[in-house]
Design a protein around this ligand. Structure first.
Ligand code: FE2
Ligand code: FE2
Length: 496
């Protein structure tokens, strides 16, 4: 489902094999993309074609040594390599988009390279592929005929299914996400050069973000799974902006307020442009002096926003949020010289999503990255002290953690189906579940267990949800379990 990862789903990149596949897949895609560009202008005899074509051939041959065939497939606006979805980031988005457009222009769903292909065949194929620029309904048939006429046997082409052809909302949501990063990057750069930030552009972006969230909330915050480690502050700020807008909507804020909230969230860490990179990216603990500098970013941010030229277009609350987003519900936190009875509602919203995005993102100075479910669990323990309980609860509900019927993997290795939600707000991640496999994976008709149950000896929870799973992948029909329960309930109790 594209980027829409279930909360608590396996952490991206947790499996080293998956990471290696991503890397190899991206390399292949990059080489394909480069040769495609060159082949549009030059013939195979050209030097650049030869050099880059050879690299593509080597990458393909290496992949074909391990597998019978290598297939690159367009599905639901993303690219799959031998069934594995390739993940794009800020730096590779342009390339993904270009390859997807090349496929769409040819009505092409997949290209499969078969074992045995020679370098000459590959060069010929790339030439035919790149130059077939005819678009429209017969583009695919034309390409296929060209490939056949050239006698190229080690390639298979599949036509795009009709539903894939229109360019959907999802793609434009992804585009908006990257546009936001680009705009923020430019804003930060302008700030460093003492040039005015284009607040009217920010406002327009926030209006689009609002529209997208109304249309397809799940997909938009699914985008926040994209984690780019090089440009952490940019990526993080956009995530915080998307999540805050979606959360504000759940809390019943109006459209105008949500646009303001989005802007406030977008610039919440603007003050970090004053924090030296050595401190921002320092592996390990900060010294007291470094921490002091780091903790000045709320103040710098508020000051910068207050001094903006287009100040009138900026909601006043953006200044509050910049200043207050590290202040906790019990009014501890920083800046420490801050004296007030209460903080702004927008600051409280940003506080929740800010911490969530931060702890679910891998950082060199943080030993552990939390899955979405782990992060929410951890945050719920600070409900009322660090976070506003009402806002946190709405956030947990928004991420739709484990609704009834969710198939989950437990930390014990067992699999279970969520049967009943926990009425205690602090324990929403600990529903009652019915065990359906043992820890070895054997199917069982297990008992219903309460995940809030603790081991009396250690005081620890006995079982915790490790991840939500896709029932289809495990051949499990969730409804069967509910139907069998309903049938069981209808039977008269023996001996009652
Ligand atoms: Fe911050
Ligand atoms: Fe932040």
């Amino acid at each position: 489902m594209d980027n829409r990862e279930l909360p608590g789903g396996p952490a991206a990149g947790a499996d080293p094999g998956a990471r290696a596949r991503q890397k190899a897949g991206l390399e292949l895609l990059t080489r394909f993309h480069i040769v495609d560009k060159i082949a549009k202008i030059y013939d195979p005899g050209n030097d650049a074609f030869q050099t880059q074509g050879r690299l593509l051939f080597e990458t393909l041959t290496a992949a074909l040594a391990a597998e019978e065939e290598v297939s690159l497939r367009l599905r639901h606006g993303t690219l799959l390599l031998n069934g594995v979805r390739l993940k794009f980031g800020v730096g590779t988005y342009g390339m993904f988009k270009s390859v997807i457009e090349e496929f769409r222009a040819r009505n092409l769903e997949s290209v499969t390279f078969l074992r045995g292909l020679t370098i000459d065949e590959l060069f010929e194929f790339m030439s035919v592929f790149a130059k077939r620029e005819k678009t429209g309904a017969d583009a695919f048939d034309g390409l296929k005929a060209d490939v056949e006429a050239a006698g190229l046997e080690h390639f298979e082409l599949e036509k795009l299914a009709a539903e894939e052809i229109p360019q959907g909302l999802h793609e434009s949501s992804a585009r908006l996400f990257f546009l936001s990063i680009v705009h923020l990057k430019e804003s930060f750069a302008r700030d460093r050069r003492n040039e005015p930030i284009k607040i009217s552009t920010t406002r327009r972006l926030m209006q689009s973000i609002y529209n997208h969230i109304v249309e397809d909330e799940g997909f938009v915050y699914g985008l926040t799974n994209i984690k780019n480690h090089d440009e952490y502050t940019l990526n993080h700020s956009v995530n915080v902006c998307l999540l805050a807008t979606a959360l504000g909507r759940r809390l019943g804020l109006s459209r105008a307020e949500l646009v303001d909230l989005g802007m406030a969230a977008f610039f919440h860490d603007l003050g970090k442009t004053e924090t030296p990179l050595e401190i921002l990216n320092k592996p390990g603990r900060l010294t007291d002096a470094e921490r002091d500098i780091m903790e000045r970013h709320p103040f710098h941010g508020a000051e910068k926003l207050a001094l903006l030229k287009e100040f009138r277009r900026l909601p006043l609350r953006a200044i509050h949020v910049a200043m207050e987003h590290h202040i906790k519900e019990d009014l501890s936190g920083y800046p420490r010289y801050f004296k007030k009875d209460d903080i702004n509602l927008f600051s409280k919203i940003v506080k929740v999503v800010d911490v969530f995005d931060a702890i679910t993102t891998k950082r060199i100075y943080r030993a552990k990255t939390f899955t979405r479910a782990e992060a929410l669990n951890l945050m719920l323990e600070q409900s009322g002290t660090e976070f506003n309980p009402v806002i946190l609860k709405a956030f947990v509900n928004m991420l739709g953690v484990f609704p009834i019927g969710t198939l989950v993997a437990l930390t014990t290795g067992e699999m279970a189906i969520v049967q009943d939600v926990n009425p205690d707000a602090k324990l929403v991640l600990r529903p009652t579940v019915k065990l359906i496999t043992d820890s070895a994976g054997n199917k069982i008709d297990g008992e219903a267990v309460d995940l809030a149950e603790r081991d009396p000896e250690t005081g620890r929870f006995r079982r915790t949800i490790a991840a939500a799973l896709d029932p289809g992948k495990y051949g499990i029909e969730v409804s069967d379990y509910f139907l069998s329960q309903a049938a069981g309930a209808a039977r008269p109790e023996a001996g009652a």
